[in-house]
Design a protein around this ligand. Structure first.
Ligand code: ADP
Ligand code: ZN
Length: 745
């Protein structure tokens, strides 16, 4: 639009605050030519100054008679965010019911902050071998460190710590003795990645890969939006399809985003990406400093790289000409951001693909109900890779009924003779086993044998889990630790016993039962120790671990060819979660963990131990029948109007005073029931969240089940806006969560 030069000009500015509308400011006379959508501005806000982003240009008519203050300064000469990208971000904010300013905070590397040039680079210590013959009298660990350094001519402290426990520390002491030469240098931004020979790039695609790539290629060259669901069993060559699709897009001069659930868990994938595309790749991960992140972001925005790999927030990568978004393991719940702006990166990828005419490729061995449904309705094209690459085929899965085994006690209960024998046989053949149990810690709880009271977290009202390594009880919700109490809070008795089993206890049982075997454990407790995760993975890769025990961390995409047995200790552990996705999640996790078996040239075997062998979910896993499972699951969802047939909106209320939070929840449910009455909306609750009290705050929720296609983004901002103030006055905060994943707090 054009503006007459004599009339004052106004801009709409989003500020990084949880306020769901922009503010209008007057452009000082003479500055009008600098007013562009997407530039940053300094504005007065109350008594403060703030950096905001211009989201619109307007005239006095937008003020409706209100006063507008002058903005202080324009901070950019050219848009910091292109109009196209801004369009995507505001659509995303609308769909997530998030204020634009909050969305900008999530989507920009350091919010709107003006400091853009990289700050002083982070440094690291780099070690080389000292001249002369190797030092005498090294300990075995020092020798390992020395060998590693000699192998490559030099290594950084953090690299050494990743390979040898406390390796960096050992090198520091060796340097102090003059055994190594140390220097300080800027830390490179890349991730340390597994070194894998990437041979598949030179191989010709299989006929199935070829067929999938042909369909994708047509869409890529038409430069129009298209969505694909790539359903391929584990090891069927999906990653190879992704990488070649990226090549197709690069050939058209455009760029691609490659989303993975959690980047630290995918060193093998990063290794393949790096060896294929070299320096043309930006990597966004949580280990970057703000300055490093800003620098990666700048490269993306300038189109200096043509691929960006990252976790969910990489969906906001501001590429100038986006051609493709890949969502690997698209079913993974990690794509849902669970605080602040609650977005689902897979859904935003689809939104962005539509807005920017890009191809979206959703890949999984177990596509989500949502994506499977897109394939059935024709909104996405389903591509299938039915077979594993290589001779081995899918592992044979047998179900072991644990029911009649209550006679045994402790960890013994969880080992059927079948599983013990299978581990024996696997080890006898010199092969490896993985044992999966979806619960960390030592025992699941500490319970009074006299009155049955379980020791609970005083903050959260959930059972505490006994962790032997920490020598105490740990709350899995708030992470608080507590010493083991001497007596029961219920009856004062002294007979507290550990019930249930976690990975810690499982490992100690396994180590006793198979004394000769080399055993290791992988769960989030282990992974918290620096370098421990990489150490376990590299141990597996080198064949130094015979039995690996772990939680779902062991189920993710790893490729360990020597593993021929996967044992699932208790397959039904997650079936009873109060969540409509419980059955889908259980199917996915069991299929993923089963897929770790028999990836090399030897056939794999899987034992699923369960208390409910007749459950359809477990039966379908054993039959490798994804389609059959999904058909039943979708029928059940349709009957309830649950996603993907309807939509859900969870309105979460939290606050310090229970009474106030409950009143606020009542108010929200009451006020919405009128306007939503004739629109086919079911209002469930208000109810205290299943775990009503977390981190000393009370939580209530109102769950809305909406009919399919309900215009959430167009309708709810207006409905919720008048509720915010009364809710706030009751001492509560209202957080909308569109299509919630965590049905529990
Ligand atoms: P997925 O991502 O489905 O688990 P990958 O792409 O990792 O499967 O492929 C599994 C294995 O097969 C990898 O080792 C990969 O290098 C190899 N591979 C993939 N495509 C081919 C091909 N066309 N020919 C030979 N080997 C291949
Ligand atoms: Zn707690």
């Amino acid at each position: 639009m054009t503006f007459s030069l004599s009339a004052p000009l106004f801009v709409e500015v989003a500020v990084p605050l949880p306020i769901d509308h922009p503010f209008t400011y007057r452009v000082p006379a003479g500055e009008e030519p600098r007013a562009q959508v997407g530039v940053r501005v300094l504005v007065p806000f109350g008594r403060r100054k703030m950096t905001g982003l211009v989201t619109g240009i307007t005239d006095a008519s937008a003020l409706d008679g209100r006063e507008a203050r002058d903005l202080i300064a324009f901070l950019d000469d050219t848009p910091y965010i292109s109009p196209g990208h801004l369009g995507f971000l505001s659509a995303a904010a609308r769909e997530c019911l998030a204020p634009m300013g909050e969305m900008l905070r999530v989507a920009l590397p350091r919010g709107l902050s003006r400091k853009e040039g990289p700050a002083a680079p982070r440094t690291e210590t780099f070690y080389r071998t000292a001249p002369g013959p190797p030092p005498e009298g090294m300990t075995p660990k020092q020798r390992m460190v020395h060998d590693l350094i000699r192998e490559t001519g030099g290594r950084s402290a953090s690299d050494l710590s990743l390979r040898v426990r406390y390796g960096g520390e050992a090198a520091r002491r060796m340097a102090a003795k003059g055994w190594l030469a140390a220097e300080t240098r800027p830390r490179p931004v890349g991730l340390s990645v597994a070194h894998l020979p990437d041979s598949a790039g030179d191989l010709s695609p299989t006929p199935h890969q070829e067929a999938a790539l042909a369909r994708i290629g047509v869409a890529v060259s038409s430069r129009a939006h298209a969505a694909f669901v790539l359903h391929g069993v584990t090891g069927s060559g999906k990653t190879e399809v992704y990488l070649r699709a990226v090549e197709q897009v690069r050939a058209t001069g455009r760029q691609a985003i490659f989303l993975v659930p959690e980047i630290a868990l995918t060193p093998q994938l990063l290794g393949r990406v790096r060896s294929r595309f070299g320096d043309g790749v930006a990597v966004l991960h949580s280990g970057l400093t703000p300055a490093e992140r800003a620098e990666q972001w700048r490269k993306v925005r300038a189109g200096e790289v043509s691929l960006c790999v990252g976790a969910r927030s990489a969906v906001f990568s501001p590429f100038p000409a986006l051609g493709l978004v890949i969502v690997d393991e698209e079913h993974d719940a990690a794509y849902k951001q669970e605080d602040g702006v609650r977005y689902q990166a897979r859904d935003l990828a689809l939104l962005r693909g539509r807005m920017e005419s890009a191809v979206v490729l959703l890949g999984s061995a177990t596509p989500s109900a949502e994506s499977f449904h897109l394939g059935r309705t024709g909104e996405a094209t389903l591509l299938t890779l039915r077979e594993r690459i290589g001779a081995s085929g899918m592992p044979a899965i047998s179900v072991v009924d644990l029911k009649g085994r209550t006679g045994r006690r402790g960890a013994d209960r969880y080992f059927s003779p079948e599983l013990e024998a299978a581990v024996d046989e696997t080890l006898a053949r010199g092969e490896k086993a993985m044992l999966f149990l979806n619960r960390r810690g030592f025992a699941s709880a500490l319970t009074c044998l006299d009155c049955g009271t379980t020791v609970q977290c005083p903050n959260c009202q959930v059972a505490l889990t006994y962790h032997r390594e920490q020598g105490g009880l740990l709350c899995h919700y708030c992470n608080a630790t507590r010493k083991e109490p001497e007596s029961c809070a219920g009856c004062g008795g002294h007979r507290l016993a550990q019930v249930g089993i976690g990975t810690e206890r499982l490992l100690s049982w396994v180590a006793k039962r198979w004394k000769e075997a080399r055993v290791a454990r992988l769960d989030s407790d282990v992974a918290r120790r620096r370098g421990a995760y990489a150490e376990v993975l590299s141990g597996m890769q080198q064949g130094e671990v015979d039995i690996l025990v772990g939680t779902q961390m062991i189920a993710k995409g790893h490729d360990f060819p020597e593993v021929t047995l996967v044992g699932v200790l208790l397959a039904d552990l997650s079936l009873s979660f109060p969540d409509f996705r419980a059955s889908e999640r259980t199917f996915q996790i069991l299929t993923q963990v089963a897929g770790r078996s028999g990836r090399g040239d030897r056939a794999g075997k899987v034992l699923l131990q369960t208390l409910s062998p007749e459950s359809p979910c477990i039966r379908k896993v054993a039959e490798h029948d994804y389609d059959g499972f999904m058909e039943e699951e979708l029928a059940a969802r349709e009957a309830m109007g649950y996603p993907p047939f309807g939509r859900m909106l969870m309105l979460r209320l939290a606050g310090a005073r229970q009474e106030g939070v409950r009143e606020a929840a009542d108010l929200v449910a009451r006020e919405l029931s009128g306007p939503l009455a004739d629109r086919g909306v079911r209002i469930l609750g208000p109810a205290p969240s299943p775990i009503a009290r977390v981190r000393r705050r009370f939580h209530y929720q109102v769950l809305l089940v909406l009919p399919p296609g309900f215009p959430v983004g167009a309708c709810f901002p207006d409905l919720l806006r008048p509720l915010r103030e009364p809710v706030r006055r009751l001492g509560a905060r209202l957080e909308p969560d569109v299509d919630p994943y965590q049905m529990m707090v």
